[in-house]
Design a protein around this ligand. Structure first.
Ligand SMILES: [Zn+2]
Length: 319
C-alpha cells in the first residue's frame, strides 16, 4: 500500500492535523481551537494524541505513514527543528518542537515554517503547478512568504528566509511592526494595520459614509469590515484598500527585483479585499517595474484554499 502523509498545521487560532494522500487529497482531518495559550509540552501532547486518533479511526498505524510534517506560525531553525519566535503563539522561544514530537513517534517528523508549507502546497497542487520557481506571499493577520527555487523551498542559513513581511517599505511610517521596526510591509499592510489606518484617516479629517454601531471600537476594523465598506462605496474604506494594495505592490516589486520569478502567488484573508485590491497591487507593481520586465511575470491569487498549510506541511515530506 502506498504510504500516507500526515500533516499538522499549528495556527494562531486553530490547530489542524490530517491524513493526506500523495495527490494532496485529505482522507480525514481534525481541527481544534483550544491550543492557544497552552504550554508547549501540552500542545505537543495534543498534536500526538490527535495524530493517534486519526490513525486509529482509519484502521492505520504508524508504519502506514511516510512521516509527519508540521507547519509552525513563526521562525523555525530548520536544521534541528527548534522554534525561534512566533507572533501568533505564546512561548515557543527556542523550543525543540521537532525533537519533542519525534519522541512520541517512530516515523520521521519534519518541521517548517507555515508559509513555506503553503508555498509548497501551491507548487504541487495549486496555482504553482507546472512552475519550477515561485514566490508565495500570504497577506492575512500577518504577512509571510515562501520561496520555491527549482521545486524546493529555499530556507536560508537558519531557515527563516522569505520573511518579506519584515522588509521595510516605508521608513517614515510611524506604524510599528510586531518585530519592533517601523514601516515593515507587514506593519503597514497586514490585517493588524487596518484599525490604525481607519483611525488615522478619521483623525486627519476623512469621513466615512458607514453607520458605525454604538459599540464600535477601532479594533472592529478588520478585513471584512473594510471590504464591506469599500464594496458599499465608502471613500474611507476604499482609500484604505488602495493604500494597503500600494504597499503590497511595492513588496511585489521588491520581490521581482530580487528574484525575477516567473510567478508570484498572493494568498491569505486580505486577498478578499476584492478585485479593486488585486487590480491596484498589479497596477502599482507595473508602475514601478516599467520597462524592466523582459519576460512575463504572473501575479495570481492562491488556488490551494484554506487547507494549504495542512496539505503543504504533509507534502513537504515529499520534497
Ligand atoms: Zn517587521
Amino acid at each position: 500500500m502506498e504510504k500516507i502523509l500526515c500533516g499538522v498545521d499549528i495556527g494562531g487560532t486553530k490547530l489542524s492535523a490530517g491524513l493526506i494522500r500523495k495527490d494532496g487529497t485529505i482522507i480525514e482531518k481534525i481541527t481544534a481551537y483550544d491550543h492557544r495559550g497552552k504550554p508547549e509540552d501540552q500542545i505537543v501532547e495534543q498534536i500526538s494524541g490527535t495524530v493517534r486518533r486519526l490513525l486509529g479511526s482509519n484502521g492505520l498505524d504508524e508504519d502506514d505513514l511516510e512521516g509527519i510534517g508540521v507547519g509552525f506560525p513563526g521562525h523555525v531553525r530548520y536544521r534541528d527543528g527548534v522554534t525561534i519566535t512566533s507572533s501568533n503563539l505564546k512561548g515557543f522561544k527556542g523550543y525543540p518542537l521537532k525533537e519533542s514530537l519525534q519522541k512520541n513517534f517512530s516515523v520521521h517528523v519534519k518541521l517548517d515554517n507555515d508559509a513555506n508549507a503553503q508555498a509548497y502546497c501551491e507548487l504541487r497542487y495549486g496555482a504553482g503547478r507546472g512552475y519550477n520557481d515561485l514566490i508565495f506571499l500570504t497577506i492575512s493577520t500577518g504577512i509571510g512568504a515562501g520561496i520555491i527555487l527549482e521545486r524546493k523551498v529555499y530556507r536560508g542559513i537558519t531557515g527563516t528566509a522569505g520573511e518579506f513581511g519584515h522588509t521595510i517599505v516605508d521608513p517614515r511610517s510611524d506604524l510599528v511592526c510586531t518585530c519592533g521596526n517601523k514601516g515593515c510591509l507587514m506593519g503597514c499592510a497586514c490585517g493588524l494595520a487596518l484599525p490604525y489606518h481607519f483611525r488615522k484617516k478619521i483623525e486627519q479629517g476623512s469621513t466615512t459614509t458607514l453607520e458605525l454601531p454604538p459599540d464600535f471600537s477601532w479594533e472592529k476594523v478588520d478585513g471584512q469590515f473594510v471590504s464591506r465598506g469599500a464594496a458599499a462605496g465608502d471613500p474611507l474604506c476604499t482609500s484604505i484598500v488602495m493604500e494597503c494594495a500600494d504597499y503590497i505592490g511595492i513588496g511585489v516589486y521588491n520581490i521581482f527585483q530580487v528574484f525575477n520569478p516567473p510567478l508570484i502567488i498572493l494568498g491569505g484573508g486580505l486577498c478578499n479585499l476584492g478585485d479593486m485590491y488585486m487590480k491596484r497591487i498589479r497596477e502599482k507593481f507595473y508602475e514601478l517595474a516599467r520597462d524592466m520586465i523582459f519576460d512575463p511575470i504572473a501575479i495570481v491569487e492562491s488556488e490551494a484554499g484554506s487547507d494549504a498549510g495542512l496539505i503543504g506541511a504533509a507534502a513537504l515530506l515529499l520534497e
